[in-house]
Design a protein around this ligand. Sequence first.
Ligand code: SAH
Ligand code: SF4
Ligand code: F3S
Length: 462
Amino acid sequence: MYSWMSMSSSRKRLFIKTYGCQMNVYDSERMKDVLHPLGYEPSDAPDGADLVILNTCHIREKAAEKVYSELGRLRPLKEAKADDGGMTIAVAGCVAQAEGAEIMKRAPVVDLVVGPQTYHKLPELIAKAHRERGEALDTEFEVEDKFDRLGNDRQVEGFTAFVTVQEGCDKFCTFCVVPYTRGAEWSRPVDQIVAEVRALAAKGIREVTLLGQNVNAFHGEPPAGREADGPWGLGQLVRHLALIGGIERIRFTTSHPRDMDDDLINAFADTPKLMPYFHLPVQAGSDKILKAMNRQHTAEEYIAIIEKLRAARPDIAISGDMIVGFPGETDRDFEATLDLVREVNYASCFSFKYSKRPGTPGAAMFNQIDETVKSERLQVLQDLLNAQQISFNEAQIGRTLPVLLEKAGRMPGQLHGRSPYLQAVHVEAPEALIGTIIDVKITGASRNALSGERVRTQQDAA
Ligand code: SAH
Ligand code: SF4
Ligand code: F3S
């Protein structure tokens, strides 16, 4: 038997491994916050931990399978700790939501399963797992309750933070599990988001990235006194958050082309704190495939949005997501994807081979594409995207960019920061400047990073 109850006042070690998207990164941080009052201190390895949480991702087959191999590795660690207070193993996140109790059947090493909308109940679930093995499972959808109970006291480190503002998705793209694992589209009330961002600013956070599976579908309850406005859109939210002292930079992700509106596009022109970087996945360039994917827009409509964004903010960096080898994709369809990529000219873009996901309409389509064809197409697409990324980075050489210095770099004396376009930047500067934005003249560029020299302001020179 575990002696958890009697140990609840002593320090306990918590190890969380996070897979998948930024939303999971945010959720993992919030799980640490929920467990902190119970004495759980984060640790960077699972060995000897009292509680191990795998915060999982179900988006592609490989992502989901990683969980089971990790559980296999945890087994001996759990056995080794059996006589020393025991190790509780929890599976959270989207695999937990999709597979539920099946996980405990397939991997008996698991003590509890908690979905993305119920992790605020971890303290109760842990107690339950210790009382009644096999009963600690909670995968209900109760988003509102979750945020009310999480509060704003976040254990943040550093100068940048994610803030979830919207969850879930009603789009049902035919390849995607997210509507099933994250539930229906839902937005947090504006005042609740403001309170969280204010608290972050007070803890030294300088940059916030607003998160949502469909973040630009945001339609949150307006702030007190502004009820007559009706729900606020993302553009309004961004402008409102830009008023918070201490917050210097705002970003958001991930958007859907169908939810773009002019107000959000205009925010890129009128809100200097909104960084000129926009992640707008398109997935494919052929209208036939876009239709089969149920993306609800054409390639032309996507390009028109990009053109509007560039008119509003000419230097805006565009990023995206692409899928190759969706069922029925011919060579000609794939050519249309390459054409779209050439036309958009991405600053960065993720690309994936289509992965069949159980329960999605795409998995039941009869015209699946051969793995070798998928691999060949992915290679061709990635060569093109890599070349675009390198040329976008090289185009910064000679420019002076404001860089938010985030931490010490790998080389002594070197700091690591981010450009407005989310590029990693290495620069020599005193550590005392970490957490500030300095001007950097860019002198070098590779695919993944820029390097440059600090430009001293008149103030520094005096
Ligand atoms: N909500 C976001 C992203 C969801 S998942 C959006 O709508 O764009 C992130 C990316 O994973 C997707 O943009 C897509 O490119 C990729 N993806 C999702 N399901 C996939 C699947 N079954 N196979 C391959 N890639 C997939
Ligand atoms: Fe998935 Fe499509 Fe929803 Fe994005 S919009 S989360 S790809 S279903
Ligand atoms: Fe993965 Fe769930 Fe995010 S499936 S991509 S962790 S929403």
